[in-house]
Write a protein that binds this ligand. Structure first.
Ligand code: ATP
Ligand code: MG
Length: 563
C-alpha cells in the first residue's frame, strides 16, 4: 500500500474501529471498500472517501476493496472504470487482488431476490413509476399499499422469472421488498429492488435485462465481500435501516456495519458528477481533466501532487455534520508541498525587452543560481546572460510611486543572480506610444547581484536571456465559479455562476532553457509567479504549455495593492 504516515489523531470512525478491534469484533479484521459508480470521473470529494477507506485499512493492517457499483448500464462506461482505477492508484493506494464489480454478483443477487420472494418478503409490482411515487406517501402521511402486494409466492416467482427472461417492457414491472408502507422512513415503504432495463452493460453485455437497485446491491455486495465497516456519506443515514433489513432478512453470513460521515463540500465549485458532466458536455471546460475541474485528473493536470491531496484530506478531518471547506485550504496544501519540493526556475510571462547598452554585444556568460533558496541539497544551475534580456512588463513603471521597488527611469534594480541595472531610456512605438524596449546600463562590478560599495538596492527582478530563452505558452487559472456556493440558490442554475475569466492563456512567454526537458511529473516554481507544471496534453514540439498550479503568497502583491 502507500507510504502514507498513519494518522495520529482519532476521528469518530477511527475510534469506533479501534473499539471494535479491542473487543475482537470481526475476529480483529478490518475490511473496508471504496465503491464508486463508473458514471463519471472521481472528484476531490471522492478523495476524502478514498483516503478514509484505504487509510483505516492500512493503519489497522486490514484491506480495502476497490468495488465498482455498476448497476445502471445507461449511465456507466468502461472508460470511466479505467479513469477511476488510474486516479485511485495515482493517489497512492493499492487494492492488491481485491478488485470487484457489483455486476460480478448479479447471479447471487438474483438468487437472493428469489429467496426474498419465497419468504414472502418481495413481490412483483405493476404500478408505474409515477403511481409508485403517488402511493409512497410523504414525511407526514403514510403510504398506500400496492394492489399487487399480496400476490402469491408462485405468481411472484413466475413473473420475476419472466422479467429476467425479457418478456416485459422497461418500466412495466418491478420487484419490491415487502416491508412497511406506513414506516416513518420512506426508504422502508416497499422500496424497488429490481427494475427492467433492456440495455447493454459494459461488462455483462446483454445477459441481463433486469438490474438490481443501489441499496439492495450495496448491502449484499458488502456482505458477500465480508466488509467489516461500510463507510459512506451522510445521505445514506436514512438508508441504513434498509441496508440492515436486507442483511437481517436474508441472514447473510456477514453483516457489515454502516457508518456515515459528512461529505466534502468546497467553496467555488460543485461536487456532483452529474453537474461536472454537464460542464463537460456543454463545453464549459475542455474535459473531465480540465485543470480548473476539481476532479482528481484535473488536479493532476493542474500540478497537484498525490501527497498534497492526501494531506488535505487529513487536515479537513471527519465530521458528522456537513460543512463547506474553503478552497484556500486545498490551495495551501499544494503550496506547502511545492514550496519545499519544487526547484526554482525563471520565466517571463509578459515580456518587455531590456537592452543593456554597456554590455558588449558579442559577449555571453554563464551565471550560477541556486535551485532552491532554503535547500542547498537541490544544488545550483548555470543560466546564460547577455546584452538582451526580457523582464516582466509589470516590473516597469514609467512614473512610479516611491515604494515601487522595481524598474523605472533612473532607478536601479537587481537582476536575480546577475547584475544591478539602471534604466536610462524608454523606447516607445512612435504611433501607439506603447513601450517597446528599455535601455539600461549595468554595473560590471555587481556580478551575482551585490553592490560593490554596499549601496542598497531593494528590488530583485526575474529575467530570461532573450537570446537563449525558449518560447512557451502559460495558462493561468482562476476559480471556475465566482460565488462560494454555486448550488446555494435553488432558483438559479449553478452554471449561471461560472466565472467567465477562469482561464487566461498567455502565448508570448519566455522561459529559461533548462525547462526544455521538463515533464508533466516535474513541478517548478517560476520565481515570483507561482508554481507551474508542464501540460503534456496541450504541449507541442517547440511550444511547451505550462499550467499554473497555484500562486505564491507574494509580498509583491502587497506592493501592487498600494500603487
Ligand atoms: P456524486 O454525488 O458526485 O455523483 P456519488 O456519491 O454519486 O457522488 P459514487 O461513485 O457513488 O458517487 O461515490 C463513491 C463513494 O464516494 C461513495 O461511498 C460516496 O459516499 C463517496 N463520496 C462521493 N462524494 C463524496 C464527497 N463529496 N465527500 C466524501 N465522500 C464522497
Ligand atoms: Mg452514488
Amino acid at each position: 500500500m502507500t507510504t502514507q504516515e498513519p494518522t495520529k489523531s482519532k476521528d469518530f470512525i477511527r475510534a469506533i474501529i479501534a473499539d471494535d478491534l479491542k473487543n475482537n469484533k470481526n475476529d480483529g479484521r478490518v475490511i473496508t471498500r471504496f465503491p464508486p459508480e463508473p458514471n463519471g470521473f472521481l472528484h476531490i470529494g471522492h478523495a476524502k472517501s478514498i483516503c478514509l477507506n484505504f487509510g483505516v485499512a492500512l493503519e489497522n493492517k486490514g484491506v480495502c476493496h476497490m468495488r465498482f457499483d455498476d448497476t445502471n448500464p445507461s449511465k456507466e462506461e468502461a472508460s470511466y472504470v479505467e479513469a477511476i482505477t488510474k486516479d485511485v492508484r495515482w493517489l497512492g493506494f493499492d487494492w492488491g487482488d481485491n478488485l470487484f464489480f457489483a455486476s460480478d454478483y448479479f447471479d447471487k443477487l438474483y438468487d437472493y431476490a428469489v429467496q426474498l420472494i419465497k419468504m414472502g418478503m418481495a413481490y412483483v409490482c405493476n404500478l408505474s413509476a409515477d403511481e409508485i411515487r403517488e402511493h409512497r406517501g410523504t414525511l407526514t402521511e403514510p403510504g398506500k399499499e400496492s394492489p399487487f402486494r399480496n400476490r402469491s409466492v408462485e405468481e411472484n416467482l413466475d413473473l420475476f422469472t419472466r422479467m429476467k427472461n425479457g418478456e416485459f417492457a422497461d418500466g412495466s414491472h418491478v420487484l419490491r421488498a415487502r416491508i412497511d408502507m406506513t414506516s416513518g422512513n420512506i426508504n422502508m415503504r416497499d422500496p424497488v429492488i429490481y427494475r427492467i432495463l433492456h440495455e447493454n452493460h459494459h461488462r455483462t453485455g446483454d445477459s441481463w435485462c433486469i438490474y438490481p437497485m443501489y441499496d439492495y446491491t450495496h448491502s449484499l455486495s458488502d456482505a458477500i465481500e465480508n466488509i467489516t465497516h461500510s463507510l459512506c456519506t451522510l445521505e445514506f443515514e436514512d438508508h441504513r435501516p434498509l441496508y440492515d433489513w436486507v442483511l437481517d432478512t436474508l441472514q447473510t453470513p456477514s453483516h457489515p456495519q454502516q457508518i456515515e460521515f459528512a461529505r466534502l463540500n468546497l467553496t467555488y465549485t460543485v461536487m456532483s458528477k452529474r453537474k461536472l458532466l454537464q460542464l463537460v458536455n456543454d463545453n464549459h471546460v475542455s474535459g473531465w481533466d480540465d485543470p480548473r475541474m476539481l476532479t482528481i485528473s484535473g488536479l493532476r493536470r493542474r500540478g497537484y501532487t498525490p501527497a498534497s491531496i492526501r494531506n488535505f484530506c487529513d487536515t479537513i478531518g471527519l465530521a458528522k455534520r456537513e460543512s463547506r471547506i474553503d478552497m484556500g485550504v486545498l490551495e495551501n496544501a499544494i503550496r506547502n508541498d511545492l514550496n519545499d519540493s519544487a526547484p526554482r526556475r525563471m520565466a517571463v510571462l509578459r515580456p518587455i525587452k531590456v537592452i543593456i547598452t554597456n554590455y558588449p554585444e558579442d559577449q555571453e556568460e554563464m551565471l550560477e543560481i541556486a535551485n532552491h533558496p532554503k535547500n542547498p541539497d537541490m544544488g545550483t544551475r548555470q543560466i546564460s546572460f547577455c546584452r538582451e534580456i526580457y523582464i516582466e512588463q509589470d516590473d516597469f513603471l514609467e512614473e512610479a510611486p516611491k515604494k515601487f521597488f522595481r524598474l523605472s527611469p533612473g532607478r536601479e534594480v537587481r537582476l536575480r543572480a546577475a547584475y544591478l541595472i539602471t534604466c536610462d531610456e524608454v523606447i516607445k512605438d512612435e504611433k501607439t506610444g506603447e513601450i517597446t524596449e528599455l535601455r539600461c546600463s549595468y554595473d560590471p562590478a555587481s556580478r551575482g547581484g551585490s553592490a560593490p560599495d554596499g549601496r542598497k538596492v531593494k528590488g530583485t527582478l526575474h529575467w530570461v536571456s532573450a537570446r537563449h530563452g525558449l518560447a512557451a505558452e502559460v495558462r493561468l487559472y482562476d476559480r471556475l465559479f465566482n460565488v462560494e456556493n454555486p448550488d446555494g440558490d435553488k432558483n438559479t442554475e449553478f452554471k449561471t455562476h461560472l466565472n467567465t475569466a477562469s482561464l487566461d492563456i498567455l502565448t508570448g512567454c519566455c522561459i529559461e532553457p533548462s525547462l526544455a526537458d521538463a515533464t508533466s511529473d516535474d513541478r517548478v516554481q517560476f520565481e515570483r509567479l507561482g508554481f507551474f507544471c508542464l501540460d503534456d496534453k496541450e504541449s507541442r514540439t517547440g511550444r511547451p504549455v505550462f499550467n499554473r498550479t497555484v500562486t505564491l503568497r507574494d509580498s509583491w502583491e502587497k506592493v501592487k495593492g498600494k500603487k
